[in-house]
Design a protein. Structure first.
Length: 503
């Protein structure tokens, strides 16, 4: 039997980032048609009872790497399995990264990602594009991507020396061009030169296991690069987005910059909010290797709480958001680095469990309310990346991407029950209060009673326009008022010395 096109969610508490209200929600043809009480709806619509449940915008994961080819292997969650798992966790949109090799065309890489993702995605998605080298061609292609291809964010790496890393003058050029194109400059902020030296040092000391990964890139290596990126972005008055903020030190740098009025955003990820880097010291090699990612999860166990507190701080009200950096490698792939930590493929899971982890550590713990939860799991991402209120809001005309959340239900995270392809889970055993009971994507029920019913290719690519208002208003104004001007002087008439040096 084919599903009726209209769906009425009845009696739930509709939660947006600014208010919660008991209301019904009616949707048709992929869009929310009406929000209110006593709605008149056409016969034949399916009615879902949401009494005692929350009706929230589906989650938006700002940072994934489905089927990424990286460090000699390919991430096991592809666009099909990864987006299905996202839906099971209440996430209805992901933003993945196109990462071209150095010297290769950005446009060709973008086309390649589209051709892999389009037929497979089960939820909507969009693409950031990485700038891994610099040239006039790259500059032109960035412009085309922003004007014609729906890309308004570009990631630059300050780490992965000789692979993806850019030097400071290239960062300056790339940030300048992001600004011209109306895009957001994103950075992977770690000092790649120091990491390369640190890695040699650890190996020479006989430290070959996963703990060496953090030891060769302590917090200050991340904090220094974060500060440097902020300084360069400020020099060109370009908005900056620091992806995967993993340490208290780097978070403080971002927080101070925001306090000083810089247009900078920081992205904590589920892994850093829900677990920590002490696992990399675990006696079981496979367990330890499972937590290796870059920048590393920090061994300071107060880090997750600190990052969660920051998400709720006033200077992050309009901007606090969360991703996952979901980039999964199975244990046997991690074993590529069994004798040398520098060869362990970097990456962890998160796309399925982000919403639950943030509810548990943020809302259930009493640090944030359900409105803030919506802000940091969907609305702020949609605002910054310029597709709000198409997504990130339950309102008339918004996309019908909805999660019905039972705040009283609990579940325990485990690799035995998760939907991802990876064979372990960094949140193994975590009990989570708050469970997604129904997920609706593009107006269709795709997850219900623990069952996924979604075909490959159900999701669509979301075009994002440049010059996001939430980001560019202050940038434009600063360009107007902050232009340096020369001091007006009379010409200097006294004789100037002739240079005595030979040129
Ligand atoms: O360990 C990570 N983060 N893997 C994915 C690549 C990246 O830098 O985001
Ligand atoms: Zn990165
Ligand atoms: Zn990443």
């Amino acid at each position: 039997m084919s599903e009726p096109s209209g769906i009425l969610i009845k009696g739930g508490q509709v939660v947006n980032d600014d208010c919660s209200v008991i209301s019904d929600v009616y949707m048709e043809n992929g869009k929310i048609v009406e929000v209110g009480l006593d709605l008149r709806i056409p016969g034949g619509a399916r009615v879902i009872d949401a009494t005692d449940k929350l009706v929230m915008p589906g989650g938006i994961d700002t940072h994934t790497h489905m089927e990424l080819e990286f460090m000699g292997t390919r991430a096991v969650d592809d666009f099909y399995i990864g987006t299905k798992a996202a839906l099971a966790g209440g996430t209805t949109m992901i933003l993945d990264f196109v990462i071209p090799e150095k010297g290769k065309s950005l446009l060709e890489a973008y086309d390649c990602w589209r051709s892999k993702a389009d037929p497979k995605v089960c939820c909507d998605y969009s693409l950031h594009v990485a700038v891994t080298w610099w040239s006039d061609q790259v500059k032109k292609e960035m412009q085309t991507l922003a004007e014609e291809k729906g890309v308004n964010s570009f990631k630059m790496f300050m780490a992965y020396k000789d692979v993806f890393m850019l030097k400071d003058s290239e960062l300056y050029a790339a940030f300048s061009h992001c600004k011209e194109a109306g895009a957001i400059a994103q950075v992977h902020a770690e000092n790649g030169d120091l990491i390369a030296e640190g890695a040699k040092k650890m190996l020479s000391l006989g430290i070959t296991g996963p703990e060496g990964h953090e030891l060769c890139r302590p917090e200050e290596v991340e904090a220094e690069a974060t500060q440097r990126a902020i300084t360069i972005a400020h020099a060109v008055n370009c908005p900056l987005y620091v992806v995967h903020v993993m340490s208290k030190s780097a978070a403080k740098v971002v927080s101070n910059a925001r306090r000083d009025g810089r247009v900078v955003f920081g992205e904590p990820i589920a892994a850093a909010l829900g677990t920590d880097g002490t696992h990399c010291w675990h006696k079981d090699w496979a367990h330890a290797a499972g937590f290796v990612m870059g920048p590393p999860l920090r061994p300071d166990p107060s880090t997750p709480g600190y990052l969660m507190d920051l998400l709720n701080k006033i200077q992050f009200t309009q901007t606090g958001l969360t991703g996952t950096d979901n980039c999964t490698f199975s244990v046997c792939q991690k074993a590529l680095g069994k004798d040398n930590f520098t060869k362990i493929p970097n990456g962890v899971n998160g796309v399925e469990d982000r919403m639950s982890v943030i509810w548990e550590k943020g809302v259930h713990s009493g640090k944030m309310d359900e409105n803030r939860f919506v802000a940091v799991t969907s609305s702020n991402a949609a605002k910054i990346f310029n597709f709000y209120p198409q997504k990130g809001r339950i309102a008339r005309n918004s996309d019908a991407d909805v999660v019905i959340w039972d705040p009283k239900m609990t579940r325990r995270i485990s690799a035995k029950t998760h939907h991802q392809a990876v064979d372990y889970n960094i949140f193994e055993g975590m009990e989570c209060h708050g469970v997604p009971v129904v997920t609706i994507s593009r107006g269709k029920v795709v997850y219900e009673e623990g069952r996924l019913t979604v075909p490959a290719g159900h999701g669509r690519f979301i075009h994002r326009k440049p010059f996001s208002e939430y980001v560019y208003k202050r940038i434009r104004q600063r360009d107007q008022v902050g232009k340096p001007t020369a001091v007006e002087r009379k010409p200097y008439e006294v004789k100037a010395a002739a240079s005595t040096l030979r040129s």
